[in-house]
Design a protein around this ligand. Structure first.
Ligand SMILES: [Zn+2]
Length: 386
């Protein structure tokens, strides 16, 4: 562009030149001062700047740290620590030496923070936590900066509200979560407790089942034994009962013709054999067990329970080999299931004399002596006489 072609007066040109000097010279001075200093890094002064320096200084009476910031490519974000109430100032000075913003205990507070210092041309998003400080570059920028800061302030309020809302919501949710966690804990404990109880009941049931099974097996065995015994005993009793009338008649007859010595001996009978009574005298399954069964091995000597005369000796059906001894006119004793006899019909025997040997002849389910006491031929409980 050719200067001569500009429609400009001398006065205007003079004014422009003056403005050029006034607004341009500080930049020249600043540039001279900056020369050789590192960019975007703090340098720390070890001497007071003193009066009459080439450029303005925030405070000539303080040692300070300074950094030249290049905001061309992107914002610079210095972080100020919390000074816990102590006074500090981070003055932001533009190319003309004007303090366009100040971070410090009197302006932003002493709690510190990160501050984004943005160049005039920079456009972009900043994290919410950053305070934005715009470097103004003339009046237009100033307006824009004011508008931008207002927008940021509105946004801040919005963000603050949103954060507050979110914080309240988070608090509610934390409370809810704590409730849920507590419930979960309770439920877990309840489940554990129930599991333990179920396990205990299960153990008990298994124990009971085993006991029941073993008891059932025992009972089954016992029942089988009882059935077997009962069959045998019923058979035994039936067989013996069949002979009752015959034995009774024989003994009654013997009593009437009793001609032996009428005496009682000791007055009590002796045991014909030594052994446990495995079946007592009395009614069983509707039948009379006419004597007592004394368990003894086969071949055991049988002794006369008292002195007397042998009135019956021989095979008597279910009784097998059977001997009866008349002791008095009314009383007699009988011995059944013998293997062999050791006396003879009509013989006199003394108390304790061996009259035969035990076995299981006739209707019998195991070696024993079936021993009877009869009064006038009718069986009575031998236990009353032994
Ligand atoms: Zn018997």
């Amino acid at each position: 562009m050719h200067v001569a072609s500009l429609p400009i007066s001398v006065a205007d040109a003079t004014a422009i030149a003056r403005d050029g000097y006034v607004f341009g010279y500080p930049l020249v001075l600043m540039d001279r001062r900056r020369r050789g200093a590192p960019v975007n890094r703090f340098t720390h002064a070890h001497e007071l700047p003193g009066a009459g320096g080439a450029a303005t200084s925030p405070d000539t009476g303080l040692l300070r740290s300074a950094a030249w910031l290049d905001l061309g490519p992107q914002p610079v974000v210095p972080t100020v620590p919390d000074t816990y109430g102590r006074c500090f100032a981070l003055a932001l000075v533009d190319g003309w030496g004007d303090v366009f913003a100040s971070v410090g205990s009197r302006t932003t507070g002493s709690r510190g923070g990160a501050y984004a210092i943005c160049g005039p041309a920079w456009r972009g998003e900043l994290p919410d936590a950053l305070t934005v400080i715009l470097d103004s570059n003339g009046f237009g920028d100033l307006l824009e900066r004011a508008e931008f800061l207002k927008r940021i302030s509105d946004q801040d309020r919005e963000i603050t509200d949103r954060v507050r809302g979110l914080r309240d919501k988070a608090k509610d949710q934390a409370v809810q979560l704590a409730d849920l966690e507590e419930q979960e804990q309770l439920t877990a404990e309840r489940i554990l407790y129930q599991r333990d109880q179920i396990a205990a009941v299960e153990n008990k049931l298994v124990g009971s089942r085993d006991q029941l099974a073993s008891a059932r097996a025992d009972k089954r065995g016992a029942l089988a034994q009882v059935r077997e015994s009962r069959v045998a005993l019923e058979g035994d009793l039936a067989a013996l009962e069949k002979e009752q009338a015959r034995v009774q008649a024989a003994l009654q007859g013997a009593g009437q013709t009793f001609d032996g010595p009428i005496r009682h001996g000791s007055g009590a009978l002796i045991w014909p054999v030594n052994g446990p009574v495995v079946s007592p005298f009395g009614m069983r399954w509707g039948r009379l067990h006419a004597g007592i069964d004394i368990a003894v091995p086969s071949g055991t000597a049988i002794h006369a329970a008292d002195s007397g005369r042998v009135v019956l000796m021989g095979w008597v059906g279910g009784y097998g080999n059977y001997t009866c001894i008349q002791h008095t006119a009314s009383m007699s004793t009988c011995y059944a299931h013998q293997s062999s006899f050791a006396t003879s019909n009509g013989a006199s025997v003394s108390q304790g004399q061996v009259i035969g040997y035990s076995d299981c002849t006739g209707h019998c389910f195991g070696p024993h002596l079936h021993f009877e006491v009869r009064i006038n031929g009718s069986p009575v409980d031998p236990m009353g006489y032994l």
